[in-house]
Design a protein around this ligand. Structure first.
Ligand SMILES: Cc1cc2nc3c(=O)[nH]c(=O)nc-3n(C[C@H](O)[C@H](O)[C@H](O)COP(=O)(O)OP(=O)(O)OC[C@H]3O[C@@H](n4cnc5c(N)ncnc54)[C@H](O)[C@@H]3O)c2cc1C
Length: 432
């Protein structure tokens, strides 16, 4: 099979179809912008709580990062425990870490309640050390995580690493058995179907272009102008992640869209697949410019990384296929002859402090900034923000923390500095 520039996961999923002719609701309680994990999880919960919800999606259900990701349902945050404690203090960091664990339980509960057939499995994750100094740091990290969060990680010395991974290039590893894996396209499709079953109205090919305050019959609210007409709502929830655009300029200025790319090989023989990943872990390495990889449920090696920093385009996707294949062979020389069958890319959403953020901006609700840890956290934030919008006060440790913009305000949403950032992180990987 020739290389296909296509998202492999979508070839395995049936994404719900909506009625393209259906007129927009004239009014609704809440407009959710974006039909990914964040938006659909919120829409499902809002509808279950009796709200009239319109999900407005510029493309199709799950079109964004939610169908394109690695399907790694990971514990923890992008930043390490010590860094988090130094910035947010012990108590809030403990709540943040607890939220990262609760977010995985939340995905598991939804998958179970809605019977979503998405290969959810608590297979654990493995971080592998690219340098001896990185491995030396694992024991310290595991000790902090055990002490501060009462959560156990297992250190795997180099001599035992073959029980975890069929590669000899790493200096050791660290395992977290709590993490899980799933098929993201099937999951987001199931979440979409669940939101629709709960009563949410999903409008695809409906791009929100403009949002204005408008009071109707004495009630404050918002007029949303879309590519398919206008609607009026009491509340707006922005769930646009790395695809946040001009309609919400204040949020756009706080989000850096970063490209990430994935290849999958042909289906591998069982014995070969077990040799590469004997415990079927979600694996990532210890670099800043990292690789992350796993087996798919049908035994392809899925190998991914930030081969280019820019958001995806035909050009970056094509270049990434070759860069990632070389990376994969460095890790797994035994895949030298394996055919690469799919390549695709997607856009991650990074805040300037690499943290998730939720709350209100310009009077509208939002949850963004998952920095590559969004499968579980986006689902969870959608749920928490739905409860918040309907008047509850759920504990959300990511609400109310400072949400920095670019240093000196030098950013209007066009990430001109990404090549510099990419070079900087490559440099850091070289020296540290
Ligand atoms: C290649 C890749 C690999 C990843 N791997 C992992 C992983 O293994 N584990 C993990 O935890 N996380 C991973 N992530 C991150 C994770 O996928 C995201 O954090 C998560 O999917 C974000 O979900 P979301 O619903 O917030 O946003 P998205 O799924 O990106 O959805 C946003 C939606 O908003 C829509 N939109 C934008 N503007 C408008 C508008 N004006 N009007 C209407 N609609 C609009 C877009 O069309 C899009 O569909 C990965 C991301 C990428 C790109």
């Amino acid at each position: 099979m020739a290389l296909r520039e296509e998202n492999y996961w979508l070839t395995t999923a049936e994404v719900p179809k909506t009625d393209a002719e259906r007129a927009l609701l004239e009014t609704a309680d809440v407009a959710v912008i974006g039909a990914g994990f964040t938006g659909l999880s919120a829409a499902r919960m809002l509808a279950k709580k009796g709200a009239k919800v319109a999900v407005l999606e510029a493309e199709t259900i799950g079109w964004g990062a939610s169908s394109r990701n690695g399907g790694m349902v990971l514990t923890g945050l992008k930043l390490g425990a010590n860094k988090l404690i130094s910035v947010y203090g012990r108590e809030r960091t403990q709540r943040m870490y607890a939220a990262s664990l609760a977010s995985i339980d939340c995905v598991e509960r939804i998958v179970c309640e809605e019977t979503i057939d998405c290969n959810f499995s608590r297979c654990g994750h493995l971080e592998v050390a690219c340098k001896q100094t990185h491995f030396n740091g694992y024991a310290r990290q595991a000790e902090v995580i055990a002490r501060e969060f009462n959560h156990e990680l297992k250190i795997v010395p180099r001599s035992e690493l073959r029980s975890e991974i069929g590669s000899d290039i790493y200096y050791g590893g660290m395992v977290d058995e709590t993490s899980a894996g799933l098929n993201p396209a099937r999951y987001v499709a199931g979440l979409g179907a669940a939101a629709i079953r709960a009563g949410a109205c999903v409008f695809e090919k409906t791009c929100v272009q403009k949002i204005e305050h408008e009071t109707r019959q004495g009630a404050p609210g918002w007029k949303l102008t879309t590519s398919r007409g206008a609607t009026w709502v009491r509340d707006v929830f922005i769930a646009t992640s790395g695809y946040t655009g001009r309609a919400t300029p204040a949020l756009r200025r706080k989000i850096i869209p970063i490209g990430s790319y994935i290849i999958t090989t042909e289906v591998l023989a069982d014995a070969r697949a077990r040799e590469l990943s004997p415990r079927n872990r979600m694996i990532y390495d210890s670099k800043n410019y990292l690789y992350y990889y796993r087996l798919t449920p049908d035994n392809r090696m899925l190998f991914a990384g930030r081969a280019a920093f820019f958001p995806e385009s035909g050009d970056t996707i094509r270049k990434s296929a070759e860069i990632l294949r070389r990376g994969m062979i460095d890790v797994y020389p035994q895949l030298r002859d394996a055919r690469v069958e799919f390549v695709w890319g997607g856009t991650l959403d990074f805040a300037f402090d690499i943290m998730p953020h939720a709350g209100q901006i310009d009077g509208m609700y939002y949850a963004v900034g998952y920095a590559g840890h969004g499968v579980a956290m986006a689902t969870y934030q959608g749920l928490l923000m739905a409860r918040r919008i309907t008047g509850e006060k759920p504990d959300n440790p990511f609400e109310g923390i400072p949400f920095p913009g670019a240093p000196l305000g030098l950013y209007n949403g066009n990430p001109w500095f990404l090549p510099l950032a990419g070079a900087y992180y490559k440099f850091l990987d070289w020296v540290s």
